[in-house]
Design a protein around this ligand. Structure first.
Ligand code: ATP
Ligand code: MG
Ligand code: MG
Length: 350
């Protein structure tokens, strides 16, 4: 026993495998990419495409439980795994979070506010949507977008035919641009027994659509912080999720918390937990999926996480000299623009 299967070979899998190793557990990574960040540190790696159902089956049979660091696993692959080993989180959480239309409908069903939005399947929907929203808007592909990729900023005068063509003619959502005062996220862990443990809300700043910094404590009132945690907990419970759920939110100018999107896995905006919490997000994931008691998510210091993107990583040695700082590099061989190479956690200067 004691084998965790992780689908996905990136930095989230790497940090999960490191946390598992600390508890004496072993990880078998399944990834299409040889020599990736997770495979370098895991006990076993299978390198094969997500669509290879035979390789997936052999991999599943070698582990005790399956989790994910990558949520866009094809539905047929998920279905083929579901009968073999426990999937934590289950396929429903993944299916909902894979698609912005089902994700926003899920929030709406729970009474959790979102930006105003309409589903878009063609230029006509887009024309009506732009008129309906009546102001600046974002057109986002329903699937596979990340780091702001697959998004177009539009306004009521934009040409819907042009916009639809440049997005690539896939299902999409059009959402009203929220003028938020802060952007925050909450990561909640939910155990096999239904226990929940919420990390402190973190305040996020994006640059060029990519997360730049996450800072705790977030500048939220006690009521706002509590409301943010309640949103994440309610969503995790409604999904009957075992594992982690990260919910990205906006705090509006009038103090309302509205949900942006969610991810049923460890999240970049939770990397600060590695150096500020009694139990970090990766250990919490390992505990949850293995049916172990959740750890104390309490925070013992203020912290800021800075992502090292692309060539930011070249002066990594300078971060080692920073007082109170902890550097985490992902072992990626080549830096490319926009690529997440590592992060550094350090005490924020006031
Ligand atoms: P991720 O890498 O977090 O998965 P993503 O590509 O899925 O990102 P979103 O999180 O939807 O995209 O959007 C990226 C960023 O763009 C948000 O974090 C936020 O800063 C901004 N943004 C997105 N939607 C809106 C909106 N409706 N109003 C204002 N800003 C928005
Ligand atoms: Mg996203
Ligand atoms: Mg996002």
């Amino acid at each position: 026993g004691g084998w965790i299967g992780i689908l996905g070979g990136g930095q989230l899998g790497r940090m999960t495998a490191l946390a598992a190793a600390r508890l004496g557990l072993r990880c078998h990574i399944y990834t299409p990419e040889a020599e990736g960040p997770a495979g370098q540190v895991a006990s076993r790696v299978t390198v094969a495409p997500y669509e290879d159902l035979d390789a997936l089956a052999r991999w599943a049979d070698s582990v005790d439980v399956i989790t994910f660091e990558f949520e866009n696993v094809p539905a047929a692959s998920l279905a083929s795994l579901a009968g073999r080993r426990p999937l934590r989180p289950g396929p429903r959480a993944l299916e909902i979070a894979q698609d912005r239309i089902s994700e926003k409908s899920f929030f709406a069903d729970l009474g959790i506010p979102t930006a105003p939005w309409v589903p878009v399947h063609g230029a006509d929907d887009l024309r009506h949507g732009l008129a309906h929203l009546g102001g600046p808007a974002l057109l986002k592909t329903a699937r596979l977008g990340y780091d702001g990729k697959g998004q177009l900023r539009l306004d009521p005068t934009s040409d819907p035919e042009d916009a639809w063509r440049s997005l690539g003619q896939v299902p999409a959502v059009l959402e009203g641009l929220v003028s938020f005062s802060r952007e925050v996220s909450v990561i909640v862990a939910r155990g096999l027994d239904g226990a929940v443990a919420c990390f402190d809300p973190t305040e996020n700043v994006h640059r060029n659509g990519i997360l730049h910094t996450s800072t705790v404590p977030a500048a939220l009132s006690e009521d706002e912080a509590e409301a943010a945690c309640r949103v994440a907990i309610r969503a995790a419970q409604a999904l009957d999720l075992v594992g982690l759920l990260a919910v990205e939110m906006f705090l509006t100018m009038d103090g309302q918390i509205i949900a942006n999107e969610m991810a049923p896995r460890p999240h970049n905006s939770g990397h600060w937990t590695m150096d500020a919490c009694h139990t970090d997000q990766f250990e919490q994931l390992v505990r949850a999926v293995c049916g172990l008691p959740l750890g104390d998510p309490g925070r013992f210091r203020p912290l800021r996480m800075l992502n090292l993107i692309g060539d930011d990583v070249l002066d990594w040695v300078s971060h080692l000299a920073r007082p109170g700082a902890r550097l985490h590099l992902y072992g990626k061989h080549e830096s490319r623009p926009g690529r997440k190479m590592g992060h550094v956690n350090f005490p924020p200067t006031p």
